[in-house]
Design a protein around this ligand. Sequence first.
Ligand code: ZN
Length: 198
Amino acid sequence: MADYIYPVARLIECFRRLPGVGSKSAARMAFGVLEMSPEDAEEFRAAIKGVKEDVRRCSVCCDLCDSDKCAVCSDPGRDQSVICVVEDSRTVSALERSHEFHGTYHVLGGVISPMNGITPDRLNVKELITRLNGTVNEVIIATNPNIEGETTAVYLSKLIRPLGVKVTRLAYGVPVGADLEFADSETLARALEGRREF
Ligand code: ZN
């Protein structure tokens, strides 16, 4: 970064720490900031400060929120007897965009991954079990369909089933708009497994 004067090099280095940002993009972003009006730059600074200071975890579902309880947990119209367990807040947003789910969520904050040192006690599992106090009938496990997601799903179902709560797994299938001919065999096998009556 010897080509840039220190304040610019420092900002480029900051952007480079973001996921998916390489040196070129980081430099473009830094110069973008340099060209901002002082008001826009201040807004930028305040937004970064805001996510670090004002965002916390919902006391019920552990999703990100800016008060004690998130919007879903505070909504009396949501079915409190169904909990959809997801890896992170981004999956909550994706499911909310589908407008198909009317229950509540539980955000694990990751998946079990012995290789990365992530054991169940590092996830929001205890908080999930605490919620299964007789009012919950079904837990839908919506972790990603990869090895770690599957391991986590199996772990949770073994933990939850003995409590008398129904445990289901999201059906995985062929993406809408995809060509069956080009779907990989694992995806097709899952799609068959998760078939339902038409
Ligand atoms: Zn919540």
